[in-house]
Design a protein around this ligand. Structure first.
Ligand SMILES: [Zn+2]
Ligand SMILES: [Zn+2]
Length: 371
């Protein structure tokens, strides 16, 4: 199994693990304490365990001076590399005081999803970048704030902004990447890795966005929303699902498992709701509704399902508006970080869909891979 697949499985396993243990807070607290130790161990050995992008980078540029020479024209040369618990960009950058080694930590898990949904929901997305920058400054626990850690906006591979916490080291005295490793490993930036991986509720990680984080993002003018049914960050302005509350993860999209309300996942997925009062039980088609075929997956779909009015959803027993055709599971780590999501709507044969153009564009950008 490749590293990426392992990471995906690891993320999924942690999520499932949290679901399993969530009904028993005292047990969960103990389990989360162990999980925190595992995370700390993973961070400690993180450099050696970093994936191939960084290995390739340091092979291609064997010394710091080689990387700086290659970056002479552009002013920066960086490498995005993911380990099991953090998403980092490392490299060299020219600033007012000359060249420095720079390491940037990006939000992951539900915190990254909150950044994405806030940006998608914004009326003014340029302004939202600055609002997000400030929200991520405010997100850092007071005890971990340092003047030398900045929140920066860096180029991304898609329209989605890439915003993270960064710290720099002067390159004076840094010749080899081992020198860099030794100089970097105790940077206060790394203390943020736990927070960057998502919300902590006391000692416990949650797989949801906490109300206090939603409130923080709103206090910076952002339209932050979390689903009352499952706690995921949601937006109703996703280009593939306009007007439908949608998560931007790799799996759920516009579907909710109601795990926050029921404490266990519902077998039948329903729509996300931002008000708990709107969380009705799942409904069903009568079987009399007209159906058409999805042009991408071949399923029979209807836009008259009571759980998904106006949205094309599968007409089978467990109706689902997520097309069976997978979104991108490929691309490099850098591209994957910037993806909007990896689930797509059904697009009916012979009928129009607001998602069709977005899917065509995504396919052109190689973010929609058909099998
Ligand atoms: Zn939900
Ligand atoms: Zn389909």
């Amino acid at each position: 199994m490749g590293k990426k697949a392992q990471r995906k499985r690891s993320v999924k396993a942690v999520k499932e693990f949290k679901h399993v243990w969530s009904p028993a807070p005292s047990v969960a607290a103990a389990v989360d304490a162990v999980a925190a130790q595992v995370r700390a161990a993973a961070m400690t050995k993180g450099w050696a365990a970093l994936g191939t992008p960084w290995d390739s980078f340091t092979k291609r540029y064997p010394t710091v001076a080689d990387a700086i020479a290659a970056a002479e024209d552009t002013g920066a040369l960086t490498c995005f590399a993911v380990d099991d618990w953090g998403e980092y960009e490392r490299g060299v950058r020219r600033g007012p005081d000359g060249w420095s080694y720079e390491v940037t930590l990006y939000p992951c898990a539900q915190l990254r999803d909150l950044v994405k949904t806030c940006w998608l929901s914004a009326d003014d997305r340029d302004q939202a970048v600055e609002q997000l920058r400030r929200a991520l400054e405010g997100y850092v626990p007071a005890a971990l704030r340092r003047p030398e850690i900045e929140v920066v906006h860096r180029p991304s591979t898609t329209v989605m902004p890439r915003i993270g916490w960064t710290q720099r080291l002067p390159v004076t005295g840094l010749e080899t990447w081992e020198d860099v490793h030794l100089a970097e490993k105790d940077l206060p930036l790394h203390d943020l890795a736990t927070a960057a991986a998502g919300d902590l509720d006391g000692q416990r990680y949650t797989s949801t966005v906490l109300a206090r984080t939603v409130a923080l993002f709103r206090s910076h003018g952002l339209s932050a929303q979390a689903c009352a049914g499952c706690g995921m960050a949601v937006t109703d302005r996703h280009p593939h699902w306009p007007g439908v509350w949608t998560a931007v993860d790799r799996e759920f999209g516009p579907t909710c498992d109601r795990s926050r309300l029921a404490r266990t996942e519902s077998e039948q997925r329903v729509g996300h709701v931002v008000e708990e009062a709107d969380a009705r039980p799942a409904q069903a088609l009568t079987g009399q509704e007209p159906t058409v075929v999805c042009r991408n997956c071949g399923a029979q779909v209807s836009d008259q399902h009571p759980d998904w009015p106006g949205t094309w959803a599968g007409a089978g027993r467990h109706s689902d508006p997520v097309c069976a055709v997978a979104g991108s599971m490929g691309g490099d780590d850098a591209g994957e970080y910037d993806l909007l999501d990896c689930v797509y709507p059904h697009v009916p044969e012979g009928a129009d869909s607001p998602a069709a153009a977005a899917i065509a564009a995504a396919r052109q950008a190689r973010y929609f891979l058909q099998h």
